[in-house]
Unconditional design. Structure first.
Length: 647
């Protein structure tokens, strides 16, 4: 074996500062629970409406220390808490091994922005509620002793608590490269023998990290029959290298290494999955043991099984499914040696966008300044470079016409600079509520050097504010009908008048009362005819009805007249809206006229009993028939006399 050239040892997860999972982007927690602490440089949210559990120990081990921010133990650290989910920070400890006054039993939440947050009493503890009705229950914080300001960070950004993060990532990348360099002999490549579809690793080293390629073991059963009892340790951890282009991490099935509490779960502290070269989003499904180092990737934990270890992600962390995330601090000490014949890295840039004045990267419709921080490496110090930036739609990548540029001359090969986009209201008007992404192109003396043009990269994506919802004042309108009449005529015998009330701008779920009255039209004088109805709308706009059952006595005085319906809408006795237009034809109907008496037109004709109208013969019919015949004969005789000139 060649002589080792180790200069020092390093632990990639020192960068986590004690957090179980760190995302340089956003974090979305919707899996079973987290037994540990989570930090997001961006925002944090949960889709759990019943309280996403933040506990200390249940199915995991309790022998870890929670991180501290501004001297306060925390389980959640983020720029802001968004969404309508619920976080339940209980610090529960099923092991019964942590003291009631310990940091682990009293960990809380720290947020850069408390905008829109309010505190309230829930039982005897403090509940924080955001402006989307998302809640955080801090069950170890007594309401009477609480002040919301206690949960605001002292520093203006989460990244400020992770000092020199870019340099530490770069150092880890360099150290891992040296560890894998066969000329330095700082690690050991494990022999893998395949028989019958199963792998039999052998010749593990007990003094150096043992390295296996993920592609060689993915989806296969690993039998440790020839491993001489090897189990990973701090001095001889197991490092699994994940190659560029991998989009999914599956289970690594090592027989005899159980992830259950009290068995081999603690082996997770000495297993690391190195995803240094992986970019984009990686789905994690089935992985149970090991910490994940992914400085250029986003992690999507979507699994029904629990994973144990620590995570570091350069992008977002999403957690869903029934699996839990258990804290196990990575304890492997990896050797870091000097590189041999290491070529100068190719120029490369990456970008992280921010909106001036917004902690959650939302650009108001009035416009504003978008600041794109460009991280570069592999440049030539003293050379002048130009950055040309453009804003596109995300994730489609369509051009918006919004551009900006900047020049800079680096003094070192790696560093950061900024490009500022001053965006007007006119420029963003067409993109309300949409995501936009920044593309950057680096040139030197007009020649292309590097670019960063990923339309799905969340780090370089921001959002334009939505158009405000139009508030509609409550309003009603009515359309009247007479039951049984196509022409809205109410008979003198009375009947039912149905008033259909159309409403808008109401509050769904609220009980409303409609009080209707009938008046004369167009004078608007009261008739004393009233009706009412109650209803509870399920939508802001819709229709309901009020029915007036009107008697013959009530309409007798209005024969032949127009009547109009007025409606008054109230809620809990308070006026909401009304429709009282005495000239509105839509809410007007007519009472039938009294029949005319032929003997005395000014006197209404007496009503004829129905039984008499039904007679087809009898004494009452003959006199009328005879009179008709005599009138006809007399008329004819008079006509003949006039024609003969005798009259």
């Amino acid at each position: 074996m060649p002589a080792a050239a180790a200069q020092e040892t390093f632990n990639p997860f020192d960068i986590n500062r004690g957090f179980t999972a760190v995302a340089q982007g956003d974090a979305y927690l919707n899996n079973g629970e987290v037994e540990g602490a989570v930090a997001a440089f961006g925002v944090i949210a949960t889709g759990n409406p019943n309280g996403y559990p933040g506990v200390h120990s249940a199915a995991g081990e309790a022998d870890y220390t929670v991180p501290s921010i501004d001297g306060t133990p925390v389980r959640i650290l983020a720029t802001a808490y968004i969404g309508d989910g619920a976080l339940d920070v209980s610090n529960r400890d099923d092991s019964k091994t942590i003291a009631a006054d310990s940091p682990e039993a009293n960990a809380v939440v720290k947020l850069v922005s408390l905008e829109g947050m309010a505190g309230s009493k829930r039982s005897d503890f403090l509940r924080l509620t955001n402006n989307s009705n998302g809640i955080i229950d801090l069950k170890s914080v007594k309401f009477d002793d609480a002040a919301i300001s206690n949960f605001k960070t002292e520093k203006p950004a989460v990244s400020d608590y992770f000092a020199d993060v870019d340099q530490k990532i770069a150092r880890t990348t360099q150290c891992l490269a040296s560890m894998y360099n066969p000329e330095l002999a700082l690690s050991h490549a494990v022999d893998l023998n395949e028989r019958g579809g199963m792998l039999y690793p052998s010749d593990f080293d007990t003094k150096r990290p043992n390295v296996i390629n993920y592609a060689d073991v993915a989806g296969k059963t690993i039998k440790m029959d020839n491993a001489d009892g090897y189990k990973p340790t701090a001095e001889a951890p197991l490092v699994i290298r994940v190659a560029k282009g991998v989009t999914s991490l599956q289970a690594i099935n090592i027989e005899g290494w159980s992830p259950n509490k009290g068995q081999e779960q603690k082996l997770a502290r000495y297993i690391m999955l190195d995803m240094s070269e992986v970019t984009g989003e990686v789905k994690i499904d089935g992985l149970t043991l090991g910490s994940i180092w992914a400085p250029q990737a986003s992690l999507n934990f979507s699994s029904g099984v629990t994973t144990n270890g620590q995570w570091f992600a350069g992008g977002n962390i999403k957690a869903a499914g029934g699996g839990e995330l258990h804290h196990h601090t990575f304890l492997g000490q990896l050797p870091c040696g000097d590189r041999v014949a290491d070529p100068t890295p190719d120029p490369k840039i990456g970008t992280t966008v921010a909106v001036d004045g917004s902690q959650v990267k939302v650009l108001p419709l009035t416009g504003g300044t978008v600041i794109d921080t460009v991280a570069y490496e592999g440049l030539t110090p003293g050379t002048k470079y130009e950055l040309a930036g453009e804003v596109r739609t995300a994730p489609a990548g369509e051009k918006t016409g919004i551009v900006a540029s900047a020049e800079f001359t680096p003094t070192t090969a790696a560093g950061t600079t900024t490009v500022e986009f001053v965006i007007t209201a006119d420029q963003v008007a067409a993109y309300a509520g949409q995501d936009l992404v920044v593309f950057e192109y680096l040139t030197a003396d007009g020649q292309p050097v590097a670019e960063h043009t990923d339309p799905k990269d969340q780090a370089q994506t921001f959002t334009v504010a939505k158009q405000p919802l139009k508030v509609v004042d409550p309003k009603i309108g009515t359309t009247v009908a007479v039951d049984g009449s196509q022409v809205k005529v109410l008979p003198l015998t009375g009947g039912t008048v149905i008033d259909t009330v159309a409403y808008e701008g109401l509050t769904p779920g609220t009980k409303y009362e409609l009080a209707g009255e009938v008046r004369t039209a167009p004078a608007g004088e009261k008739t004393g005819i009233v009706a009412s109805a109650e209803f509870t709308p399920t939508t802001a706009a819709g229709t309901t009805t009020v029915e007036f059952v009107i008697t013959a006595d009530q309409v007798a005085a209005y024969a032949g007249q127009d009547l109009v319906v007025f409606e008054y809408l109230t809620a809990d006795g308070q006026p909401v809206a009304e429709h009282t237009d005495p000239k509105d034809q839509a809410q007007t109907f007519t009472v039938a006229e009294q029949p005319v008496n032929p003997d005395n037109p000014k006197k209404p004709a007496p009503e004829v009993p129905k039984e008499e109208l039904a007679k087809s013969g009898g004494e009452a019919a003959w006199p009328a028939l005879s009179a008709g015949i005599l009138l006809f004969v007399g008329g004819m005789m008079l006509l003949l006399k006039r024609r003969s000139g005798r009259v």
